[in-house]
Design a binder for this molecule. Structure first.
Ligand SMILES: Nc1ncnc2c1ncn2[C@@H]1O[C@H](COP(=O)(O)OP(=O)(O)OP(=O)(O)O)[C@@H](O)[C@H]1O
Length: 167
């Protein structure tokens, strides 16, 4: 406890956040991949939990890499709960991040950048990006579209105060 001008201030070392999904610790499946009625904070939704268990197995066996899983249902039916349970089953090294699709569509940045930022947030990393600013008047541009399918490369010439340069 720290004292600040006579007021006791509780030292906060670690904050355990309680969220609407804090009770979920897994899919609650037994060793035969069958859903227990109440287990790991999950209740009911047996068929959905067993189906999610199959997805977990496929991910662990590397059979679904690079694919997406679409879970549909009424509001509050437990779609997010199932998604969180899947991430819990995959272990603490599997990050979970929530994305609001409408925010991606309405944001100023493009969708790829928004998704990249979400992935970085999920991994808890920050990458310092450096931008080179070229000042001057562009006098010619050349677009190189390679046959490899990689994005086009732009080359050009510009006039700086002290002469001609290229990039
Ligand atoms: N089978 C379940 N067992 C235990 N808790 C559940 C279950 N399904 C849902 N919940 C809980 O009920 C609440 C609502 O569920 P959730 O947010 O997952 O629904 P949703 O389908 O994702 O809703 P929305 O479409 O509105 O985003 C959450 O607190 C969630 O943890």
């Amino acid at each position: 406890m720290t004292t600040l001008d006579g007021i006791n201030v509780k030292d906060i070392v670690k904050v355990e956040r309680t969220s609407v999904h804090s009770h979920i610790t897994g899919l609650g499946l037994n060793h035969r991949f069958e859903a227990e009625y109440v287990a790991n904070g999950m209740v009911g939704q047996m068929a959905a939990r067993q189906a999610a268990g199959i997805i977990v197995k496929m991910i662990q066996e590397g059979k679904i890499a690079g694919r997406a899983l679409l879970v549909t249902g009424e509001p509050g039916a437990g779609k997010t709960a199932i998604a969180i349970a899947i991430s819990k089953e995959l272990g603490k090294d599997t990050p979970f991040v929530s994305i609001v699709a409408s925010e991606i569509y309405s944001s100023e940045i493009n969708k790829t950048e928004a998704l990249t930022q979400a992935f970085r947030r999920a991994l808890g990393i920050q990458i310092k990006e450096e931008t080179e600013v070229l000042e001057g008047e562009v006098i010619s541009l050349e677009v190189d579209r390679s046959a490899s399918g990689m994005g086009p490369k732009v080359r050009g010439n510009w006039v700086e105060n002290c002469g001609l340069s290229n990039f």
